[in-house]
Design a protein around this ligand. Structure first.
Ligand SMILES: CNC(=O)c1c(C)[nH]c(/C=C2\C(=O)Nc3ccc(Cl)cc32)c1C
Length: 278
């Protein structure tokens, strides 16, 4: 029996972005707290609608402890709206955490930084695993797309949809935000690849610790120049040289120089940190 909007009670709006609105909802039959991301697809081309459908279908295929669980989707054709129902992540998103730390002068611990790095890498490993020959590259890894559950475990969300919503469509005009995590290959109009997600992961980890992206500028051309150069300051000295090194390896201009997901997880230090998490 497909779900319907009447099966849920909307509790509150918990996030809005260029992709749509995220609402906290309650499933009436059992009181389970979930979220739905609602998007208006009326202004999409047929090709974009098809891409959205295939991305949602990919989401359904991904089952992993560090990827937000997909529950269902509801399409309201009268309003040209799609509602994607997913698990609730009580800890919110990393962008909010970074903003709060900047505001109150706090910073995450070294242990928490390693936890986020390891769990996000594990989520990307699952995304990059070929499903029916189709890799689900994230394409938009950033703090606003990484969520935390009640135990501050990582839940990666909102991927794949970026490919649909970054296309040359009416959505493109609504896409806001500076692409701080754009990799050198994208700046040079080369193709996006799995190592582009590694670059974005390094940028996200850097910002989580330093409370600023590795590359900042007041305009796109200056940002592109800095990204191509690849120079950025060391993490704050409270963080170990090992953490700085592994993040620095991820943010290397040369794609081939960046570690693969497998080599990150095989790093002895990562393995030691991972054992401490389990
Ligand atoms: C300030 N942020 C929040 O309060 C917040 C909380 C507590 N949860 C969320 C967002 C999600 C959430 O709780 N589950 C999600 C699944 C997929 C996606 Cl794309 C987003 C979410 C947000 C934005």
């Amino acid at each position: 029996m497909p779900a319907s909007l009447d099966d849920f009670q909307v509790i509150s709006t918990i996030g809005t972005g260029s992709y749509g609105t995220c609402k906290k909802i309650c499933r009436k039959k059992d009181g389970k707290i979930l979220v739905w991301k609602e998007m208006e697809y009326g202004s999409m081309t047929e090709a974009e609608k098809q891409m959205l459908v295939s991305e949602v279908n990919l989401l359904r295929e991904l089952h992993h402890q560090h990827i937000v669980k997909y529950y269902d989707r509801i399409i309201d054709r009268t309003k040209a709206m799609i509602y994607i129902i997913m698990e609730y992540c009580e800890g919110g998103d990393l962008a909010t955490l970074i903003a709060a730390n900047k505001k109150n002068g706090e910073s995450i611990t070294e242990d928490f930084a390693w936890k986020i790095l390891i769990q996000t890498t594990l989520a990307l490993k699952e995304c990059h695993r070929r499903k029916n020959g189709q890799a689900v590259l994230h394409r938009d890894l950033k703090p606003a797309n990484v969520f935390l559950d009640k135990d501050s475990n990582v839940k990666l969300g909102d991927f794949g949809l970026a490919r649909v919503l970054h296309s040359e469509s009416s959505f493109a005009q609504t896409y806001v935000g500076t692409p701080y995590y754009m990799s050198p290959e994208l700046v040079n109009n080369l193709s996006y690849n799995e190592k582009s997600d590694i670059w974005a992961l390094g940028c996200m980890m850097y910002e989580l610790c330093a409370l600023s992206p590795p590359f900042t500028a007041s305009n796109q051309s200056e940002l592109n120049r800095k990204i191509r150069l690849g120079d950025f300051p060391r993490l704050p000295l409270k963080y170990s040289i090992e953490l700085d090194m592994i993040i620095r390896k991820m943010i290397q201009v040369e794609v081939a120089q960046r570690p693969s997901i497998g080599s990150i997880l095989a790093d002895p230090l990562v393995q030691k940190r991972r054992e401490a998490l389990e």
